[in-house]
Design a protein around this ligand. Structure first.
Ligand code: GUN
Ligand code: ZN
Length: 438
């Protein structure tokens, strides 16, 4: 039987990139709005008065006081196996990987461990209002199997992949070019486009793959034209120098990936904070994507992404938390750090641009904007009920706001998981903060 539910509250969603369409055309806002969901998809949206007049008689109406409905957040780069090592002290990238990350990822040889962490991780995303993410597993095929099984259970739209790494890591974390190819292929056949799940070919980064293995990654992309690629790029200066030593025959870091056919409109490169001009141009020309990971770039002391600069090369950009290099699952906190990173470079990050990056821009970065990213009619109903008064400080500050942009900015600077009252996945509530109310 058709199920129709109408949600009444203030509604805000992104319609476009303010840099392309201007601020006013970049959003829709209804102070008293209604969002209608029919069988998991958005079927109507608008001012309450007009939507009420055309609402089907069978619709169930839910009303929220002092809440804001938005699209679910999209995290374009995160590592589920690093959940239990977030906030590891003292190192920059390469030592952080060797001292903390690799030993932690070794635990995922045990499928039961992978299943437990995947379940916790997905619940943590829901608690933070993240409804889609692009996710690294570990080298172990079973880690990704466990992840997709848990994601499928929650009907979340997730992109994930098995890490390919055949050198420069402990023996217990290494695969081979052949085994990584076979395991990835098997996972693609089992999970890509099964329900809402999507696959990303996942070479960790150039230093941990031989040329032969990067060739296998390229072969997978050539064989499956709609799978994704995710990896890391130009995150840390020592890392970049190391890549140049390992691949002296290539023009630079990006050219290593380019040589093996890894660039393209479904290829997402995390960080890219130290790109050279020619690399920016090549990223733009191939329609490759950058995942901007503010809390990670600050935590690991990696560097500052110049957002207007990379966008001037027509590079699509999404936001990522990069947990456990990043320090928060919250896209609100991630936005807050993104704002400060732009401040340090004398750039402004407008709250509507930040909303765009965390929702529709993320969907565009992942080529999923025909399905998710805003509340347009026909899209999958992944949305949030935000509590603008979640803490005493937010309450008192919100009462002193005078404009929508100001309200949104305060939410972004002060908000975190406490501001997520409810999270809906394809029209079903998968998280509710106040379990004892209602
Ligand atoms: N580069 C290679 N592996 C990783 C990782 O796990 N995290 C981050 N931030 N950078 C990487
Ligand atoms: Zn990462």
């Amino acid at each position: 039987m058709t199920q129709v539910t109408a949600y009444r509250a203030a509604i805000l969603h992104s319609l476009g990139d303010p840099a392309q369409v201007g601020l006013e055309a970049s959003y829709d806002y209804y102070e008293d709005g209604i969002l209608v969901v029919t069988d998991g998809h958005i079927s109507d949206i608008g001012p309450a008065e007009s939507v009420l007049a055309r609402l089907p008689v069978e619709a169930e109406l839910k009303r929220f006081e002092h809440k804001l409905i938005t699209a679910g957040f999209i995290d374009t780069h995160i590592h589920f196996p690093q959940t239990e090592m977030i906030a590891s002290y003292g190192e920059q990238l390469l030592d952080w990987l060797n001292n903390y990350t690799f030993p932690e990822e070794g635990k995922f040889a045990d499928p039961a461990h992978a299943q437990r962490v995947a379940s916790f991780f997905l619940d943590e995303l829901l608690r933070n209002g993240t409804t889609t993410a692009m996710v690294f597993g570990t080298v172990h095929k079973a880690s990704v199997e466990a992840f997709f099984a848990e994601s499928d259970k929650r009907n979340m739209r997730m992109i994930a992949g098995k890490v390919m790494m055949d050198r420069h890591a402990p023996e217990y974390l290494l695969d081979t070019p052949e085994s990584s190819y076979i395991d990835s292929k098997d996972l693609i056949e089992r999970w890509h486009k099964k329900g809402r799940q999507l696959y990303a070919v996942t070479p960790r980064f150039a230093p941990t793959s031989t040329a032969e293995q990067l060739g296998m990654a390229g072969r997978l992309l050539a064989e499956y034209d709609d799978v994704y690629l995710q990896t890391h790029l130009s995150e840390n200066k020592q890392e970049i120098a190391w890549v140049k030593e390992l691949f002296p025959e290539r023009a630079g870091y990006l050219d290593v990936y380019d040589h093996f056919g890894l660039l393209g409109d479904r290829s997402v490169f995390a960080h890219a904070v130290h790109l050279e001009q020619a690399e920016c141009e090549r990223m733009g020309a191939t329609d490759s994507v950058i995942s901007f990971c503010p809390t990670s770039n600050l935590f690991l002391g990696s560097g500052l992404l110049d957002l207007p600069e990379v966008e001037s090369h027509q590079i699509r950009v999404g936001l990522g938390t990069d947990v456990g290099g990043g320090t928060s699952f919250s896209m609100l906190r991630t936005i807050s750090e993104a704002y400060k990173i732009q401040q340090l470079q004398q750039h402004k990050l407008h709250p509507l641009k930040a909303l765009y990056l965390a929702t529709l821009g993320g969907a565009r970065a992942l080529s999923l904007d025909d399905k998710i990213g805003n509340l347009a009619i026909g899209k999958e109903a992944d949305f949030l009920i935000l509590d603008l008064h979640a803490t005493p400080l937010m309450h008192t500050r919100m009462n002193n706001t005078h404009h929508l942009f100001e309200l949104l900015f305060v939410l972004m600077m002060l908000g975190d998981d406490r501001a997520i009252a409810e999270t809906y996945i394809a029209g079903n509530r998968q998280y509710r903060r106040d379990k004892d109310s209602e």
